[in-house]
Design a binder for this molecule. Structure first.
Ligand SMILES: *[C@@H]1O[C@H](CO)[C@@H](O)[C@H](O)[C@H]1NC(C)=O
Ligand SMILES: *[C@@H]1O[C@H](CO)[C@@H](O)[C@H](O)[C@H]1NC(C)=O
Ligand SMILES: *[C@@H]1O[C@H](CO)[C@@H](O)[C@H](O)[C@H]1NC(C)=O
Length: 490
């Protein structure tokens, strides 16, 4: 045996073990229903599996996603239907030689023969639609395309499956009719009703995570639909959060690069035409005149500026402060009105920020001697994906024994020391990097740390030292001044 074949041996073993698992007769699907809700830059997909155990002690159920689908998926979660508790999932390594990707779900308890369970798999795809046509004039409609696989693959036999594709508006321009799905059903291969296109029901499918099945039956379906909201992407979100015990304050600042990913503007922008369209309430769907953000209740000192300066045409309604356990039940509402409407292919960069009383989001655990601060990762922007996000949290000087609790792992993390004027030792700064965030990721990080009474005093000491310094300097300058005053003897 050559060294290279030695090296592939464990790999081959692994592959064969995996395929034994995947094709095992441990379950069957009595029904699978997949619903894709098409948006602009974000598509929500919910798949319900009605499963039946064919053997005792079955604890791991395996689902298959199309490979291209997996590459677009930025959020994945499995639950038992009706339960709030997410199940443990484990993704197998992405195998680029296969058209599918396997994910193992650990059931809450082992199923015995003939026991059934309904599982719900929720995924969110980003950048899965594209404008078609790719350009549109200021007064033209916006339509998008979405492509996915016709069939839901599974390592197990499936009695019946269907896929529903839903759009926000019933104006569906076209959809694929899959010709070679005819022997999977004795009904219509596809039907449309209002804003829903349904593929299936398709009956009696064998285990389908294999090449033979995929080559014979799997195919792409394409939906072309009108979308009556702008397609928004946040190219970059930079959120900086600064915790101050000295001021009993937490400051949040977001720098946002917003991009309209709808059809690019054809021809020139006419403000006159825009005004008249607005007047007659006939703005095209791809034009964004304003957007609304839900900020925390109880905020103070809100600000919003862009590259030119303060934007005075924006509005904010501040909700009164709510206690820690009620955060997220009430919001201050900020309406942002950019200086110009955002058309397809255009960017708008702006910064907004606000203060919150530290007591609204921080708590102190006496027994551990630690503070815990809740830091939201992002403020969701309706229907938008955040392509790149960087969250930095600056803790007070002297914060130690720092621990973090994350709702999901960041792509990268680092800790360093942030030093500004009046800092002596500098403040610990935690930075988290993310990609492809959606509303499903709008959760909070909890940061806990110790702060000794010496650290608490550091700021006042630094400030008084600085004041004393200025005072001394002042005296010194005055003396110098005195001595330098040209004394003219008259
Ligand atoms: C983000 O989304 C794009 C487009 O769907 C994808 O190509 C990319 O791999 C994703 N990145 C991460 C880190 O998920
Ligand atoms: C912007 O608004 C803030 C708060 O209203 C104000 O303090 C600041 O001076 C303004 N800046 C400019 C450049 O107008
Ligand atoms: C929008 O911003 C992106 C990223 O910074 C840039 O590549 C693109 O050229 C910008 N588009 C316009 C029209 O300025």
């Amino acid at each position: 045996m050559s060294p290279s074949s030695w090296r592939t041996l464990p790999f081959l073993l692994l592959v064969s073990v995996t395929s034994v698992f995947a094709s095992s007769k441990s379950f069957e699907n009595t029904a699978i229903v997949r619903t894709a809700e098409l948006g602009g830059s974000v598509v929500h997909v919910t798949t319900t599996y009605a499963i039946k155990a064919l053997d005792d002690g079955q604890k791991t159920y395996t689902v298959a996603l199309g490979r291209a689908e997996r590459e677009k998926t930025s959020f994945i979660e499995a639950k038992v239907k009706g339960s709030k508790e997410p199940l443990k999932i484990k993704e197998r390594a992405l195998d680029t030689s296969k058209d599918y990707h396997l994910v193992d779900i650990t059931l809450p308890k082992a199923l015995s023969t003939d026991k059934t369970l309904n599982l719900v798999l929720e995924t969110v795809q980003t950048h899965a639609t594209w404008p078609s046509p790719a350009t549109a004039a200021q007064n033209e409609d916006q339509s998008l395309k979405y492509q996915t696989n016709l069939l839901i693959l599974s390592p197990y036999k499936t009695s019946v499956q269907r896929t529903k594709v839903k759009t926000l508006s019933p104006r569906i321009i076209s959809y694929t009719t899959p010709e070679n799905a005819k022997d999977l059903t004795d009904k219509d291969v596809v039907t449309k009703s209002g804003a829903t296109v349904t593929y299936g029901p398709y009956d009696n499918l064998p285990s389908s995570t294999n090449k033979e099945f995929i080559e014979k039956y799997q195919q792409s379906i394409l939906i072309h639909y009108h979308h009556e909201q702008p397609v928004l992407e946040v190219l970059n979100l930079q959120r900086s959060v600064e915790v101050s015990h000295w001021g009993a304050n937490i400051n949040t600042e977001d720098k946002i690069d917003l991009y309209n990913a709808g059809p690019k503007l054809k021809g020139h922008f006419s403000r006159l035409q825009h005004q008249s369209q607005k007047y007659f309430n006939k703005l095209s769907a791809h034009v964004l005149p304003a957007l609304t953000l839900h900020l925390p209740a109880g905020l103070s000192n809100p600000y919003y500026y862009d590259l030119i300066g303060n934007v005075s045409t924006s509005n904010i309604r501040i909700a009164p402060s709510v206690p820690k356990n009620k955060q997220g039940t009430q919001f201050s509402v900020l309406e942002i009105r950019p200086r110009y409407p955002l058309l397809g292919g255009w960017n708008y960069t702006f910064t907004l920020g606000w203060d919150l009383p530290l007591g609204d989001v921080a708590s102190y655990d006496k027994s551990a001697g630690k503070y815990t601060v809740e830091v939201p990762i992002m403020t969701p922007l309706l229907g938008a994906v955040v392509n790149n996000a960087e969250l930095s949290v600056v803790l007070p000087e002297g914060a130690s024994n720092i621990e973090i609790l994350e709702p999901f792992p960041a792509l990268a993390k680092r800790t360093d020391i942030h030093k500004t004027y009046l800092d002596t030792t500098g403040r610990p700064r935690l930075t988290f990097i993310y990609k492809n965030l959606t509303v499903k990721h709008a959760e909070s990080i909890y940061v806990s740390y110790k702060l000794s009474w010496v650290a608490h005093l550091k700021k006042p000491v630094a400030v008084s030292t600085a004041i004393l310094g200025l005072f001394t300097l002042g005296m010194f300058v005055r003396r110098i001044n005195l001595s330098l005053t040209p004394t003219r003897k008259v």
